[in-house]
Design a protein around this ligand. Structure first.
Ligand SMILES: Nc1ncnc2c1ncn2[C@@H]1O[C@H](COP(=O)(O)OP(=O)(O)OP(=O)(O)O)[C@@H](O)[C@H]1O
Ligand SMILES: [Mg+2]
Length: 337
C-alpha cells in the first residue's frame, strides 16, 4: 500500500489556485438532445424523438479545461474553432470556466466548422450521434499564429497540456515545435496522445495513453504488468521521455520513471462505476495540476488515479474538486501523517 503525506497534499492543494496551465489541442462541443420515443416515423423506419431537454458542454481539450477549473486551476486556451455560430457557444462555455480571458487564443478558421458532436438520447439510450467536423489540419499560417501565441504565453505558465483528439489542431509541425520549446524551457509538458502522432512527442515530460493506445503504438497487446513494463521501456527510450503513464481502465494505471528504470502499478479502488467517459481527461488534468503544484510524479499519479475514480462514479463526463479528492483519498486510507 502506498501512502501519500497529508501535509504535502494540503500544501500542493493550496497552490492550485495560483497555477496557470496552457491547454492546447482540439476543442469540441458535446451536445445532448434528450427526449422520448412514442412512435416510428411515417417517413422512414426510424424512431421519432420528441426532444424534452437540450444540453451543450465542452468536450475534447475543453473537458481538460473543465477538469482544471474544477480543481481551481486557471487555464490558458490555445486552439481552433470555426467561423460560425457554434464558435460563440464554445467561447461562452469557455468563459464560464476558469480561464485567463486575456490570454486565450482560438483561431477562427473559415475552412472548418466548430466541432460539434450531437447525441440524441431517448430513455437513457443513445439513438444516434451526429458529428459536424472537418478533419483538415490547420494551415501553415495558422501553425505560425499558434506557435507565436504559444511563445508569448509559455513563460507565464506553470505547465502545458497537449490534448490531442486528432482533429487537425495538433499537426506534426506544431507537436514537434511545441514539444521542443517546452523541453528547452524545462516546462512540465504532458500529453494525451493520438496513436498516429505517438512518436512525434519527443522529450515531453510524460505521455498518458491508455493501454490500448500504447499497445497500438508499439504493435502488440498490453495486458500483464511485465508486458506494460517492457512497453514503457521501449516507448520512453524511443521518445527520450523521462516518464510514461499508461492508464489501464479498471486496473488503474502504471507509472514508469526512466531515470530509475522503475514502474509503479497503482490499482483502482473498488467502487461503483457509472460512466468512464472522460476519465482520461481527468487523469491528465489532475496529474499535471498536482505535479505543477509540487507533488512528485508518483504522488501526483496516485492523486490523478483517485480523481478518475471519483469521476467514473458520476454520470456523464464529470469533474472533481480538491475537497472530493481529499475525502476520497482519506476514505481509501491513502493519507498518512
Ligand atoms: N472501470 C473502472 N473502475 C475504476 N476506475 C476506472 C475504471 N475505468 C477507468 N478508471 C480510472 O480512469 C483512469 C483512466 O481510464 P482509462 O484507462 O479507461 O482511460 P481512457 O481510455 O484514456 O479514458 P477516456 O475514455 O477518457 O479517453 C484509469 O487509470 C482509472 O483510474
Ligand atoms: Mg483517453
Amino acid at each position: 500500500m502506498y501512502y501519500l503525506d497529508r501535509n504535502r497534499l494540503q500544501t500542493s492543494t493550496e497552490k492550485l489556485k495560483d497555477l496557470r496551465i496552457i491547454v492546447i489541442g482540439d476543442f469540441i462541443l458535446d451536445e445532448y438532445l434528450i427526449g422520448e420515443v412514442n412512435r416510428i416515423s411515417p417517413e422512414a423506419p426510424v424512431p421519432v424523438v420528441w426532444v424534452r431537454k437540450e444540453k451543450i458542454t465542452l468536450g475534447g481539450a475543453g473537458n481538460v479545461v473543465k477538469n482544471l477549473s474544477s480543481l481551481g486551476v486557471k487555464s490558458i486556451v490555445l486552439g481552433r474553432a470555426g467561423k460560425d455560430e457554434k464558435a460563440k457557444s464554445l467561447l461562452e462555455l469557455l468563459s464560464s470556466e476558469n480561464t485567463d480571458w486575456e490570454k486565450n487564443f482560438l483561431l477562427q478558421s473559415e475552412e472548418v466548422p466548430t466541432i460539434l458532436k450531437t447525441r440524441v438520447i431517448a430513455g437513457h439510450q443513445q439513438v444516434c450521434r451526429i458529428d459536424k467536423e472537418e478533419l483538415k489540419p490547420i494551415t501553415k499560417k495558422e501553425e505560425d499564429l499558434l506557435i507565436q501565441a504559444f511563445l508569448e504565453r509559455i513563460d507565464s505558465s506553470d505547465a502545458v497540456i497537449l490534448s490531442d483528439y486528432d482533429k487537425g489542431t495538433l499537426t506534426p509541425r506544431l507537436i514537434q515545435e511545441i514539444s521542443k520549446i517546452c523541453v528547452d524551457k524545462k516546462k512540465i509538458v504532458t500529453v494525451d496522445p493520438q496513436v498516429s502522432h505517438f512518436f512525434l512527442y519527443k522529450g515531453v515530460s510524460i505521455l498518458t495513453p491508455n493501454h490500448h493506445e500504447a499497445g497500438k503504438a508499439i504493435g502488440r497487446k498490453l495486458e500483464t504488468d511485465s508486458e506494460i513494463l517492457q512497453a514503457a521501456k521501449e516507448i520512453t527510450e524511443k521518445l527520450s521521455c523521462p516518464s510514461l503513464m499508461i492508464t489501464r481502465g479498471e486496473k488503474g494505471m502504471s507509472l514508469y520513471l526512466s531515470s530509475q528504470k522503475e514502474i509503479f502499478h497503482i490499482p483502482t479502488v473498488a467502487r461503483e462505476v457509472f460512466d468512464v467517459t472522460g476519465a482520461g481527461d481527468t487523469v491528465i488534468s489532475a496529474y499535471t495540476a498536482y505535479h505543477a503544484a509540487g507533488l512528485n510524479q508518483l504522488d501526483a499519479s496516485v492523486v490523478s488515479n483517485a480523481a478518475a475514480g471519483v469521476v467514473v462514479g458520476k454520470l456523464g463526463a464529470e469533474t472533481v474538486t480538491p475537497e472530493e479528492l481529499n475525502s476520497s483519498l482519506q476514505s481509501m486510507g491513502t493519507l498518512s501523517g
